[in-house]
Design a protein around this ligand. Structure first.
Ligand code: PEP
Length: 250
């Protein structure tokens, strides 16, 4: 059984006052029946770990470098995230791929470095609107999976987030059939490459405009093991509604 996961990505949002939302979220879910994860800006990782002390909520970085250390001004290593108290890192988010020209090779190097630093990884993949409209979605997803995933992953240390770029922050959501088609496809690719057992154990999140109002139907799609949530993870009340929907889907 794959344990469900609700993950929030705060992106470049939040200073220390925003931690009140995490405290409210922890208070609202003292014993969550799903895994909870939030990726704040790197400046808030250590203080979020304190805010979530004695709670199951885990903290993630939003990116890390592919090298262990060195002359890379402005970058952050997996070891640094781990040292700050993070247990996961999000890699290959479409905003990193677009804003920083990150390739699948970059994402794979980063994933290797993160796993070597004993972090778990959430690897993001997803097609653009043009690719979707050209009926190239599955081909794009296959290429990103082949290129971005290292060979050493397991169901314990790796999560994959399917995030159609056109659904991120836009309020547009694929149909349930479209989500199901891509998640089933990812599952079968993982089983082919990593074997039945490992392929079956890797959690698959859907991401892109998930809200309390649409979460339940998305969580009932096959092979959706949770969500990666941007905007709606910034407010405890909204993220809480998504967490409840995920708990109801168990
Ligand atoms: C994201 O950034 O990963 C995301 C899914 O954003 P949103 O929920 O705001 O669409």
């Amino acid at each position: 059984m794959r344990r469900k996961l609700a993950a929030g990505n705060w992106k470049m949002n939040g200073v220390s006052t925003q931690l009140a939302e995490v405290e409210a979220l922890c208070a609202a879910h003292p014993s969550p029946r799903v895994d909870l994860l939030i990726a704040p800006p790197a400046t808030l990782i250590s203080s979020m770990v304190v805010s979530a002390a004695n709670h199951a909520l885990e903290v993630a970085g939003q990116d890390c470098h592919g090298e262990k250390n060195g002359a890379h001004t402005g970058d952050i290593s997996g070891e640094m995230l781990k040292d700050a108290g993070a247990s996961y890192v999000i890699l290959g988010h479409s905003e990193r791929r677009e804003d920083h020209s990150e390739s699948d090779d970059d994402v794979r190097s980063k994933a290797r470095a993160a796993l070597a630093a004993d972090l778990k990884v959430v690897i993001c993949i997803g097609e653009s609107l043009e690719e979707r409209e050209a009926a190239n979605t599955l081909e794009i997803i296959a290429g990103q999976l082949a290129g971005s995933l290292p060979d050493i992953l397991t169901g314990e240390n790796t999560v994959i987030a399917y995030e159609p770029i056109w659904a991120i922050g836009t309020g547009k959501v694929p149909t349930l059939a479209q989500i199901g088609e891509v998640h089933d496809f990812i599952r079968s690719k993982l089983q082919t490459r990593f074997g039945e057992g490992v392929g079956r154990s890797i959690r698959l999140l859907y991401g892109g405009s998930v809200k309390p109002s649409n979460a339940s139907e998305i969580f009932n799609v096959s092979n959706v093991d949770g969500a990666l949530v941007g905007g709606a993870s910034l407010k405890a009340e909204d993220f809480s509604g998504i967490i409840k929907a995920l708990e109801d889907a168990i």
